[in-house]
Design a protein around this ligand. Structure first.
Ligand code: NAD
Length: 478
């Protein structure tokens, strides 16, 4: 369904994120017929460039990062005709009047802040003072949203001086993933899971976001942040919320976000013995974390694993294990719900231990599997075996189903539609920092140094022990 006509201004329109994700994503939506012919995209950044120069840059970005989407001849040109550029100084006066002249009164107006957070306040202020923002305009802000509670509060306060909360779209692209929304469909659209979705039937939950890449060229930026701030406080926390939240009364922005907020507020402080930090070592032919961060004494973690508890009636006593890291064995993001053992095995101890496991895979191959215990076929007696019921979209719904929009595409279209359901509210972000801050402060106070781990492994040995001690096991990173 095409969205309403819109003017989308991308501040930082020449930057890495715009070229890799935002512009190719918009092009794919255009190819899918979701973007109205009257849509307008305006890049706004520091570089001096005209419309033609920017279109060339956009075309190149689409060719490089567009995922080879086959579009009919002429489609790229038709898309580029919708694209323009204005050089704007976020901290000065230059370009703002020109940019205002490009905007139409009868179109949805959205401003994407794809720039460093230090510029958010300057841009928000100028959008108002130069008269570009209307009460119906939307702003989209990128991560990182603060570096701790105090900076997140300051950022929220700055934005709130110029925009109402219903105009602010804080992106966490994990929420734009098809599987994440499917998780809500599975939980709240079926009778099968929700009655079992609690401490009585669930043994534990694991959330893993593993990357194979190191910090690469972002080393010095990353070194100020680390896995806890860069991944856990936002992405893993959002996934935890969707898994643990109560059913909202409606699938509407504030109903959903109220429930997510309650989960974060119900999180217990984490016991320092229940956290493992790691730093990847050099591997054959490549440096380790400290080389990449250009900081030989860095104590920033490129890996973190922790156990936490959501203290409410539904989850009392059920551990949630989270882990994320760089330079791990495989690139995989997965939420795993491990159900408890059947209370009594009529097949005897020799039939082994069998558990239902629901694995929700965000990447690669978005989809879900549910391990179910059945009898191994054949005459060998009552031998039990676990087989996965496979809900990979492409298998169940045909190959077109695998061609799902990228998270950014979906989220940008949600901005145009004015749907905030998959965006973080200011209080959620602050609550997540309020939980994260004492963990980081504890490391600093105790002078803790991350454990080294081998590149291409599953992280430090201690992370495996975190679960072994509880008689549990991480699912393999594969
Ligand atoms: P970048 O450095 O590649 O691009 C920065 C952009 O900001 C450029 O277009 C530049 O011209 C513009 N800019 C800088 N100063 C300006 C000024 N004074 N006035 C006007 N424009 C100015 O950065 P990026 O990697 O594209 O990241 C942008 C934002 O997105 C950051 O907040 C970053 O944390 C976030 N982010 C990036 C990625 C990514 O993969 N690159 C992923 C998640 C979040």
């Amino acid at each position: 369904i095409p969205v309403d006509p819109f003017d989308l201004v991308i501040f930082g329109g020449t930057g890495d994120l715009a070229r890799r994700k935002i512009l190719p994503g918009l092009f794919r939506r255009y190819c899918s017929g979701q973007m109205p012919e009257t849509a307008q995209i305006v890049g706004a950044a520091r570089s001096d460039m005209d419309d033609a120069g920017y279109r060339e840059m956009v075309a190149e970005a689409i060719r490089e990062f567009g995922g080879g989407r086959a579009c009919e001849d002429g489609t790229l040109d038709a898309f580029l005709a919708r694209v323009g550029y204005v050089a704007v100084d976020a901290k000065g006066e230059g370009g703002w009047a020109d940019l205002k002249g490009r905007l139409r009164d009868d179109a949805v107006r959205a401003f994407y802040f794809s720039v460093a957070p230090s510029l958010f306040g300057d841009i928000a202020e100028r959008l108002q003072s130069f008269g570009l923002a209307t009460p119906a305009s939307r702003i989209v802000v990128e991560k990182p949203f603060g570096n701790d509670l105090a900076t997140a509060q300051a950022l929220n306060a700055t934005l709130a001086r110029h925009f109402d909360e219903h105009q602010i779209y804080r992106i966490d692209h994990y929420l734009g993933k098809e599987t994440v929304q499917n998780l809500m469909a599975v939980r709240f659209g079926n009778m099968l899971f929700e009655p079992l979705w609690n401490a009585q039937y669930v043994d534990h939950i694991q959330i893993t976001v593993a990357e194979t890449v190191g910090v690469g060229g972002r080393g010095s930026y990353y070194d100020k942040s680390g896995a806890m701030r860069d991944m856990v406080q936002n992405h893993l926390m959002q996934l935890l919320c969707l898994i643990a939240m109560e059913p909202p009364a409606r699938f509407e922005p504030d109903a959903v976000r109220d429930e997510k907020l309650k989960v974060i507020r119900a999180l217990d402080p984490v016991d320092p013995h229940h956290i493992v930090r790691g730093q990847y070592e050099a591997s054959a032919g490549d440096g380790g974390y400290r080389e990449h961060a250009e900081n030989p004494r860095s104590t920033t973690e490129s890996f973190v694993a922790l156990k936490c508890h959501v203290s409410n009636w539904r989850w009392a006593g059920t551990p949630f294990y989270l882990r994320t890291g760089k330079r791990l064995r495989a690139r995989t993001s997965e939420i795993v719900v491990v159900f408890k053992d059947a209370p009594h095995s009529i097949f005897g101890a020799e039939s082994g231990r069998h558990r239902n496991v629901l694995a929700i895979r965000l990447q690669p191959n978005e989809g879900m599997t549910l391990d179910v215990t059945i009898k191994e076929p054949g005459p060998g007696g009552m031998r039990l075996v676990d087989v996965p019921l496979d809900m990979t979209f492409a298998k169940a719904l045909g190959p077109e189903a695998a061609d799902v929009p990228d998270a950014y595409e979906r989220l940008i279209m949600d901005v145009i539609r004015g749907n905030q359901t998959l965006f973080m509210r200011g209080d959620e972000v602050e609550a997540a920092w309020a939980w994260t801050d004492p963990i980081i402060a504890g490391w600093q106070k105790r002078g803790e140094v991350p454990k080294p781990y081998e590149s291409g492994s599953s992280g430090p040995e201690d992370a495996l022990m975190l679960m072994h001690r509880d008689g549990r096991k991480w699912r393999d990173i594969r």
